[in-house]
Design a binder for this molecule. Structure first.
Ligand SMILES: [Zn+2]
Length: 428
């Protein structure tokens, strides 16, 4: 039986819908506990805060959090290379260590009984529509890194059964889904797409032979066009969640899809990446989060991902912050004429034009001046391009805050795999 579109199940209803002041008080208490614990137990935080001249007695609560330095992935890497294996960020009793996870880039992470105390991914599973009794195929990679295991434990928290499939052997996975009447999927959007293609190639009827009702996808961007296609083909619900291995779940979609609900296992900030200060309400900035882990706390960890907070309230009743979708990465941004431009800004303008097939922003430099050109490939040849070109130039300037010229080119001009922003400037 398929679910109704407004299923609003919670993992912990009271906690997820409590009022804002109560939530804030609780976050404040846990933040201060984590900070003191980290400063007491972790050599890395002690060193970082001493170097930044932080007087811990002056950090009285979340209102002072901006005074702490950001923790960047590069800091974590650099410290782990110096102090094996965890870089001195660990705060656990060494006797509690049960696993050592190895994340891409040989980044180590402690594991043990304490992990299962974080139920934020269980919140995400319920938000997506999973429930007790579901049969879920978990196709996240079980090899070396923690995520698949964390998702499996979270599914168990909600009373579902997991098939620990990992990401190999797609034909076998399709057969497992068919024979066990699997109704839930965990994995990346691209792997779900691969399984669907495989099932079609095997001659299966997606609506009769595959029983999927709910998918929670993560670890990759989910284009809306792909979501629509998967939901239509399989007659199922596809929801996404966002997080990192070191911070856990940062946001998840509920049935209403108003944005990403931020669980109270972390404290979220949207900051100006240059200064680390909070951006004005509703502005785009870098996502920074603090986890309350008792073993490996991440305090003000900068994710490199860009988003902004929504001022909407969600009809599902969850009261925590609501993050709009992730709109890009810091490292894809480029500065042109002193202004940061991001691929998502141009995406937003280009999405208004049905004529556009794809585009590329090319940045060059002449006489010490930046020149921005948008090469726009159209679906079909257009006889008169001047007015289209002018309109695009005007909208691009409005959205990006930088003037650029638009060049309309026939389909097939841009290579298949191309960067959204091609920076051709040389700085010697
Ligand atoms: Zn909601």
């Amino acid at each position: 039986m398929k679910k109704s579109p407004m299923n609003t199940s919670y993992y912990d209803r009271a906690r997820e819908t409590r009022d804002w002041s109560e939530r804030k008080k609780d976050l404040n208490t846990r933040f201060l506990q984590t900070l003191r614990h980290a400063h007491h137990r972790s050599s890395a935080y002690r060193e970082m805060y001493d170097a930044a001249g932080i007087d811990l007695s002056k950090i009285q609560g979340l209102e002072d959090i901006e005074n702490l330095p950001l923790l960047r992935m590069t800091d974590l890497v650099e410290r782990q290379r110096r102090v094996f294996p965890f870089g001195g960020f660990e705060t656990l009793d060494p006797n509690e260590l049960r696993r050592i996870y190895v994340n891409p880039g040989l980044l180590f992470q402690p594991g043990g009984e304490f992990e299962s105390q974080d139920t934020s991914w269980a919140h995400a599973l319920c938000g997506a529509g999973f429930k007790a009794g579901d049969r879920i195929i978990n196709t996240f990679n079980y090899h070396l890194w923690p995520f698949a295991r964390v998702m499996e434990e979270s599914a168990q928290h909600i009373g579902a059964a997991v098939i620990p499939a990992g990401s190999g052997n797609t034909m076998m996975q399709v057969k497992i889904m068919q024979m066990l009447e699997v109704n839930g999927f965990l994995g990346t959007p691209s792997f779900l797409t691969t399984l669907v293609q495989r099932a079609e190639a095997m001659g299966l009827d997606l609506r009769k032979d595959i029983f999927l009702e709910t998918a929670l996808v993560s670890a990759e961007m989910l284009p809306e066009s792909l979501r629509a296609r998967l939901q239509e083909k399989l007659d199922m619900t596809v929801r996404q969640a966002y997080g990192t291995v070191f911070l856990g779940c940062i946001g998840f979609e509920c049935q209403a899809m108003t944005g990403l609900h931020v669980p109270d296992s972390i404290c979220l900030e949207i900051v100006d990446p240059g200064t680390g200060r909070h951006v004005p309400a509703g502005s785009v900035g870098e996502i920074v989060a603090t986890s309350f882990s008792r073993s490996y706390p991440m305090i003000r960890m900068a994710t490199g991902d860009l988003s902004c907070l929504s001022d909407e309230t969600c009809p599902c009743g969850r009261t925590g912050p609501l993050l709009k979708k992730i709109i890009g990465r810091m490292d894809q941004a480029t500065k042109v004429k002193g202004v940061f431009i991001h691929p998502w800004q141009a995406d937003e303008v280009m999405a208004r034009y049905r004529e556009v097939f794809k585009y590329q922003i090319v940045i060059t430099r002449k006489n010490h001046m930046d020149i921005m050109t948008l090469i726009v490939e159209v679906k079909e040849d257009i006889a008169e391009t001047t007015s289209l070109q002018r309109r695009m130039e005007r909208e691009i300037e409005e959205m990006l805050g930088v003037r650029g010229s638009v060049q309309i080119v026939p389909r097939g001009t841009l290579p298949d795999r191309h960067r959204k922003i091609e920076d051709q400037r040389s700085w010697d």
